[in-house]
Design a protein around this ligand. Structure first.
Ligand SMILES: [Zn+2]
Length: 492
């Protein structure tokens, strides 16, 4: 069997002013051809899962592109054509291909396409014709469209948040493709949704209502003919028609039971809509708690700056939490990280050991997350920000903050980074010379993914909304294209 393998993934926060161009995909990873297996085999990624099955089955794999940019604003048309075009071109060049495996996100929006994955799959289907099976993995935060379900044969979303099952889902999709190529099954997918932007507590799977919905989905998967069921929490910072939770059921052939199952699970998701996933503090509340916090050595208080999560398209330069910690006199803190290329360059020019006064953060859009802070301190680290994720999430994957520098001010080590990247791994601190277990308090710009690596070592975890672009205050988001009425904007 000959199989096309590709990955083209982006979670698009349509409220961000920072578009994702081709260079932004290269900043995280963008592998071509034989680089794909060299870099991704064996890692905690969907492509690794595809390759596990391909190797076992002895498939001949046509490698195309595997790329993922940090979430941000819309993908440029240029990046869309350059990167998506590689996958389409491979389909054109291999008219005898037996199947296609794609790792997509499901919440990509481009300058021209609100439903970018639906567009890509429709164009791909037009090249392949109706009979070549296409199995697709999606993020748990996919905004699944009817068009995606129509043009893909099978959709398989992550079942964990933090996302630690990417490889397993890749294997599952590849196994489905194997059965479809062998003629054992003819996968078809239906999708269901409700008038809700939010649900299942954002999809978190360490606790909360998502676990009940997933358990029911696993039970329904035991019914005859059901191939895979996915519960998507949706991505809410997307001003597109179909944003919000969705359930997909992939079954063997066309059967009305798939629709019935999807609707039953969406009834469960609808009932969870008021659960926002735990308590969220203001920066001042968190700073007061941190100032009084007594923990044991090696088990830091971890404060998640969920309102400015680069993993949801936040700018990563919100200063409201840092400001509150400084005002409360909290010491022995590491902040990871403030994305501020200017501050990094200024510290690099001054050199390690120099005392500097800098404007830090708040530069992209101070309306979201506070103005730049004028800080005086000592430069304690300057260096490259390339590292390999320790895991469990993204274990083995390379990433880079670009150049990094650390400013020590009033007992707080402020890690500044050139590139936007969610901080979800302990090695992300170590690359800046900070041993996370050696700090009393860690600040991470992340909403939930940080729990995979930092949960086991944390003395306590606080979640803060400091008003960045991933704030929970949806009244601040100027929705225009989203279907209405919808919870929570119009209804209870
Ligand atoms: Zn996600």
């Amino acid at each position: 069997m000959r199989v096309i393998v590709g990955q083209f993934a982006h979670e698009t926060n349509t409220f961000s002013v920072q578009k994702a161009d081709t260079e932004d995909f290269h900043k995280l990873f963008c592998y071509r051809g034989n680089e794909v297996p060299a870099k991704l085999a064996g890692t905690s990624s969907e492509v690794a899962g595809f390759l596990d099955v391909a190797q076992r089955e002895g498939w001949s794999v046509v490698h195309t592109v595997a790329t993922f940019a940090n979430p941000s604003g819309k993908v440029t048309d240029r990046a869309w054509h350059e990167l998506g075009g590689i996958i389409l071109e491979a389909a054109r060049a291999n008219p005898d291909i037996d199947g296609v495996l794609l790792a997509l996100h499901g919440a990509m929006v481009t300058e021209s396409h609100d439903d970018a994955e639906g567009q890509l799959l429709e164009e791909l289907r037009a090249i392949l014709g109706p009979d070549v099976p296409v199995a697709v993995t999606l993020d748990l935060h996919a905004n699944v469209s009817d068009r995606m379900a129509r043009h893909a044969s099978a959709l398989v979303s992550y079942r964990t948040y933090p996302h630690v099952d990417m490889r397993e889902r890749g294997q599952e999709a590849a196994e489905l493709l194997r059965r479809a190529m062998a003629g054992e099954v003819r996968p078809q997918t239906v999708v269901a949704r409700r008038p809700q932007l939010l649900g299942v507590a954002g999809g978190r799977t360490d606790t909360g209502p998502m676990l009940d919905v997933l358990a029911r989905a696993r039970a329904l998967e035991q019914e005859p003919g059901v191939l895979s069921i996915s519960v998507n929490a949706g991505f809410s910072k997307a001003d597109i028609v179909d944003a919000g939770p969705a359930v997909t059921v992939t079954g063997d052939g066309d059967d009305p039971r798939w629709r019935t199952m999807a609707e039953e699970l969406m009834d469960m998701v609808w009932a969870t809509r008021a659960d926002r996933g735990g308590r969220v503090l203001t920066p001042a509340e968190a700073a007061r708690h941190a100032a009084a916090w007594q923990g044991e050595a090696g088990r830091p208080l971890v404060i998640a700056d969920a309102g400015d999560n680069p993993g949801g398209g936040g700018y990563g330069d919100s200063t409201s939490l840092l400001q509150a910690l400084l005002e409360a006199g909290v010491r022995d803190v590491a902040v990871g990280s403030i994305r501020d290329a200017e501050a990094v360059a200024a510290m690099a020019a001054a050199g390690v050991g120099a005392e500097v006064t800098l404007e830090v953060g708040g530069k992209v859009d101070p309306v979201f997350g506070g103005p730049p802070l004028r800080l005086t301190g000592q430069v304690v680290h300057v260096g490259p920000g390339n590292f390999v994720h320790e895991g469990p999430m993204w274990a083995g994957l390379e990433a880079s903050f670009g150049q990094v520098a650390v400013l020590r001010t009033a007992g707080i080590d402020v890690m500044c980074a050139t590139n936007l990247l969610q901080l979800l791994d302990r090695n992300a601190f170590r690359v800046a010379g900070i041993e996370p277990a050696g700090k009393r308090i860690l600040v991470v710009k992340s909403s939930q993914h940080f729990r995979a690596a930092f949960g086991p070592m944390a003395g306590e975890i606080l979640v803060v909304d400091g008003g960045g672009l991933t704030t929970r205050d949806y009244d601040r988001m100027p929705f225009r294209k989203l279907r209405r009425p919808i919870f929570p904007l119009d209804t209870q």
